[in-house]
Design a protein around this ligand. Sequence first.
Ligand SMILES: *[C@@H]1O[C@H](CO)[C@@H](O)[C@H](O)[C@H]1NC(C)=O
Ligand SMILES: *[C@@H]1O[C@H](CO)[C@@H](O)[C@H](O)[C@H]1NC(C)=O
Ligand SMILES: *[C@@H]1O[C@H](CO)[C@@H](O)[C@H](O)[C@H]1NC(C)=O
Length: 150
Amino acid sequence: MYTKSIVASVLIACICVQFAESLVCYTCTTPNDCKKPSKTTCSNAAANETSLHLGIYHQGVRNATSTRFDCLALQYTWNNQVIHQLHGCVHPAVGPCTLSLKPAYGHYNKTKCLTCSGDKCNKSPAGKVSSSIYTILASVVGLLLVKTLA
Ligand SMILES: *[C@@H]1O[C@H](CO)[C@@H](O)[C@H](O)[C@H]1NC(C)=O
Ligand SMILES: *[C@@H]1O[C@H](CO)[C@@H](O)[C@H](O)[C@H]1NC(C)=O
Ligand SMILES: *[C@@H]1O[C@H](CO)[C@@H](O)[C@H](O)[C@H]1NC(C)=O
């Protein structure tokens, strides 16, 4: 019984630390920049910055304030050349992957767009994998917890 509660406490502590940590996303705004992206801790200011960049090429970028953020990885090509790339923290409400391009940029080929939640999950192209590993880990820990407490 005693051992069980210790195991449960440790598990709960681990999960809380995981969730209390603020989200970190890879950030860059040009193809060249994105070869060596920096890391940014998400905040409304950081997500506003991404919205600003999204607004250069897209129409209808919403003004938003968030308490939870996603990481974005976005890439456009033209004639097999990467001409626009943007990584960073986004307001989930902005829906960056469903935005339409301004007519002047309508010929851009959207070759990649993903949003994910999980630290540094927007590093190309492994982003989706690491995000789902987090989900699987969380489920496994959750199951263990339920079994331990039962
Ligand atoms: C981000 O943008 C929203 C909407 O324009 C604004 O209300 C908010 O003050 C901005 N936040 C920061 C930290 O700049
Ligand atoms: C967002 O805010 C700016 C000024 O802060 C304003 O000019 C713009 O119209 C707003 N956009 C939307 C979609 O509300
Ligand atoms: C855009 O992408 C499509 C499908 O991947 C490809 O067939 C097409 O050649 C691309 N166009 C340009 C201009 O790169």
